[in-house]
Ligand binder design. Structure first.
Ligand code: ARG
Length: 274
């Protein structure tokens, strides 16, 4: 097996400086020291699992740069750069593009008239690209990627503003296996998921709002926020080893374990070659 490879960005300048989702409150803010120690714990946990972690240089004035999942979509050595809906995050794009260009990726952009927020909204399970839309990404961007990559794209409408990115309510575990929070989708979306993924593990509301679905899968290990004990027990019953890492400081920005990482070599669940 090749070494799993993940991109992260240290939280030196992380904070709640604007409000672009229902979790963010400038008046409440976040605790910088606590955020640093929680992020370090996640970083060390990944290193302990044998992951090769690449670190991006943090930048003052870009508090959400820590959420590398939103940089873009990685497909083999191609990097499809995000087109962020909010101007405050669009400022991150030149830094992400520069990092990928310097690390041997071909940097590509989507058409100018579509929003697309990378691995936050586009996740492979098997050969199919599951794609969240409406709140951040546009369906047109996903369709464009499906054509270019010649893969089936299944657009899923996100109906609850708290679960504004697909990776907040859906997590592929392996081809044909995923975690999801059913209430974040409409009935049609739930049907699409149920008919295309043979084993779906539902997360309850209490653990969904702890961002239980925003998990990082490394082999049979699943890193998930603390306070998701039912999910952890269900994962164990499915043959996975859950690892709880408290990431509450990042929940305050509407993020968790998965958002803080971007897999550079393909995910456990992703099948890139057909
Ligand atoms: N504050 C960030 C935003 O609203 C959080 C991004 C979380 N990332 C994710 N992949 N869900 O854009």
């Amino acid at each position: 097996m090749t070494t799993p490879c993940i991109l992260m960005c240290p939280p030196d300048f992380y904070g709640i400086e604007y409000e672009i989702n229902p979790w963010m409150s400038r008046s409440r803010g976040s605790a910088p020291d606590k955020a640093k120690s929680q992020w370090n714990h996640l970083h060390e946990t990944l290193l302990g699992l044998g992951v090769h972690v690449e670190l991006m240089e943090p930048r003052q004035g870009l508090p959400d740069l820590v959420f590398t999942a939103n940089a873009g979509l990685v497909f083999e050595k191609r990097f499809f750069s995000s087109r962020f809906r909010h101007g405050v995050r669009a400022r991150e794009t030149p830094y992400f593009d520069d990092w990928f260009a310097r690390h041997g990726f071909q940097v590509e952009h989507l058409p100018p008239d579509v929003y697309f927020e990378g691995a936050g909204d586009a996740l492979f399970c098997g050969t199919t690209l599951f794609a969240g839309y409406r709140i951040r990404s546009d369906v047109g961007g996903h369709q464009y990627l499906g054509k270019i990559l010649q893969r089936l794209v299944l657009p899923l409408e996100l109906v609850d503003p708290r679960f504004y990115h697909l990776d907040t309510c859906f997590c592929p575990l392996a081809p044909g296996e995923a975690i999801y929070f059913p209430d974040a989708f409409d009935r049609y979306g739930c049907k699409v998921l149920q008919s295309h993924i043979s084993r779906l593990l539902p997360v309850n509301q209490d653990e969904a709002v702890r961002f239980g679905c925003n998990a990082v899968v490394v082999g049979k290990h699943v890193i998930v926020n603390t306070g998701c004990d039912m999910l952890a027990a269900d994962l164990r019953a499915w043959g996975y080893q859950p690892i709880a890492v408290e990431l509450d400081e990042f929940l305050k920005a509407g993020g968790n374990a998965k958002c803080l990482t971007l897999r550079l070599d393909g995910e456990e669940a992703a099948v890139w070659d057909e």
